[in-house]
Design a protein around this ligand. Structure first.
Ligand code: CTP
Ligand code: MG
Length: 235
């Protein structure tokens, strides 16, 4: 039985990066950025199946590429939607009722490690919604740029959410159904959606600074450096 399915997201437009090619498909150290996440999830013994979500215009190409390889577990490639919410919703439609847990990961985070997945799995036995989160090294403020601060939250009490995240499949599907019903689909991640609909407490586990999301142009040279140093860093 395919108990745990991983949804790997690669269908965004990468507008903040501003490149012609979407960031998951840029080359990094000789392979596409998304391939780092795919390889980690493929190699993980507790991941049973994978759904890779790509932009429409790359769907046929990526499906052809995958056909040429032989994988040890089922992998499906589907087209994403206009928003991250829609991309995940498309993937959830592909997941049958026997799946117990669903991982969600942004492939724009190529430095995900086996250890982060292990820790998610270790906690999903006790909680039904688990996400990685890290502390901020910068001082935080409630304000918009070019304005005066409203307040300074205590940095030690505010965390930054990352992926991977893992959810009980039924809870995640319920959250999507409620979001659609209430026409509230502008969540930036799934843990906040589950929290919003009070479906189950979200449990936070330590993420990793290395597991950053390629977002702005400056993140690309940083990713190149990280790749070279990766073997030296305890991920
Ligand atoms: N993503 C997706 N489908 C979308 C939007 C985002 O699969 N419609 C994926 C991205 O490919 C990325 C992850 O969700 O791996 C996190 O999103 P983000 O960093 O915001 O990526 P983009 O939306 O592509 O970037 P931007 O917001 O700068 O346009
Ligand atoms: Mg985005």
């Amino acid at each position: 039985m395919n108990k745990t399915t991983a949804i790997l997201l690669a269908a965004g437009k990468s507008e903040r990066l501003g490149k012609m090619i979407p960031k998951p498909f840029l080359q990094l150290g000789g392979k596409a950025v998304y391939r780092y996440s795919l390889d980690i999830f493929l190699a993980h013994p507790q991941i049973d199946a994978i759904i890779l979500v790509v932009p429409w215009h790359l769907l046929a190409d990526e499906q052809n590429k995958i056909k040429k390889e032989s994988f040890t577990k089922p992998i499906k490639i589907i087209a994403g939607g206009e928003t991250r919410f829609e991309s995940i919703h498309n993937a959830l439609k592909e997941i049958d009722n026997k799946v117990k847990n669903v991982f969600i990961h942004d492939t724009a985070r190529p430095f995900i490690s086996k250890k982060l997945i292990d820790n998610c799995i270790a906690h999903i036995t006790k909680y039904l919604a688990v996400t990685c989160a890290i502390q901020s090294s910068d001082t935080l403020v409630n304000a918009a740029v070019n304005s005066s601060p409203d307040s300074y939250p205590d940095r030690t009490k505010v965390l930054r959410i990352q992926t991977p995240q893992v959810f009980d499949a039924d809870i995640l599907k319920k959250a999507y159904a409620l979001a659609l019903k209430e026409n509230k689909t502008n969540f930036t991640d799934d843990s906040s959606m589950i929290h919003h609909f009070k479906l189950t407490p979200v449990f936070l586990i330590p993420g990793c600074a290395n597991n950053f999301k390629i977002t702005y142009p400056n993140d690309l040279p940083y990713a190149e450096i990280m790749l070279k140093k990766n073997k030296l860093i305890d991920n």
